[in-house]
Design a binder for this molecule. Sequence first.
Ligand SMILES: Cc1ncc(COP(=O)(O)O)c(C=O)c1O
Length: 415
Amino acid sequence: MLNDSIHYVQSELYCDDVPVSAIAADIGTPVYIYSLKRILDNLQRIRTAFADVNPHIHYSAKANANLTILRTLINAGAGIDAVSAGEIHKALLVGTKPEDIVFAGVGKTRNEIRYALEQNVGWFNVENALELQHINDLTAELKREPARVALRLNPDITAATHRYIATGHKAAKFGLSIQTVKDLLKKRSQFPHVKLEGIHIHIGSQLHNTAATRRAVEVALECLAPYPEIRTVNIGGGMAVRYSTDEDIPKWEDFGAAISPLLKNYHVILEPGRSLVADAGILAISVLYFKEQGGEPILITDGSMAELIRPALYEAHHEIVPVTKSPSPDTDLNFHVVGPVCESADALGHNISLARMEPGSLLAVLTAGAYGMVMSSNYNQRLRPPEVVVETDGKSWRLARRRETWEDLTATEIF
Ligand SMILES: Cc1ncc(COP(=O)(O)O)c(C=O)c1O
């Protein structure tokens, strides 16, 4: 979706004050381009939406773990929500204070827990009774101060979102059942080397209503009711972004308004990912060929599911727009925009209304800043694309990750 940063100036697409075509001419395509200004604006908008509970915001690095983006958010006062030792490593590399890192994840290994304890991360979001035991035992073994723990509750609430990114229903692999949370709270003295100080919920991503989140918070607070000394509630991420003009999503203020009255006297942690970075990023691609097959117009581009898997994985919709608008838009056709990968699922969009495009024309896949580059792969031995950032001044831009080379492609193989 277009916004203040990803916008047209007359017929040219810009990222802030930089023409997308200028970046593509210099760096080539496919290329991810991010507006750091937009990311910081989004951070501010989330802070405003939840101002009543003054949350500590831990950016969910899984959405986009580019070091420049992590550093930009850390410098603006955010912490990090990490789901692997690798994410903790990257967070520390850009100067995140260990106490500002929340370590979440459904399957932490003992080595990862050990590493996180050695680094003194601020919080563990625990999803398994045995995991709690591991944290307790490793803390004792390493002779560390007790680690702070929040139990991740599975509130048995089905989120209004795609089933692959719903996490709060009873049969999901995520979190601890209500009964398990209650049991662990009751016997918390059996874990003398952890400080059980919080509860955590995250019922899914790209949430299409606020009622389910509010209900999840209510269930969490019911679990905490017998323990007034436990004052931290981490409500995860999940705030939705608009991927198309007709997508009806709650405003972030609506999320704030729905839960803030419940959490007035609590220390609140938020873990937004998508909402901070999605609409700050685009994937710029080039048209390679046109084909009409079975009466269907098909644009074959140099962007594929290897660079952006969301359409293939979730049938996710991304708007795709020309980098230079055609002077005669009335010739629009509804294209399949596909990539070169050998899978029929390899499409970036269907029914995309565009004017006829010549080979070499540039397109931009919008709202691609979240769960884009982080999910990219070398499938078909494609080189993973570069990432460019437009700095917060809106004018200067630079490479934040170079394009991979054939040497990168084989660097880890032994033959
Ligand atoms: C525990 C947890 N917190 C935060 C997030 C970030 O969610 P979003 O990108 O929807 O804000 C996720 C995403 O899956 C998650 O699992």
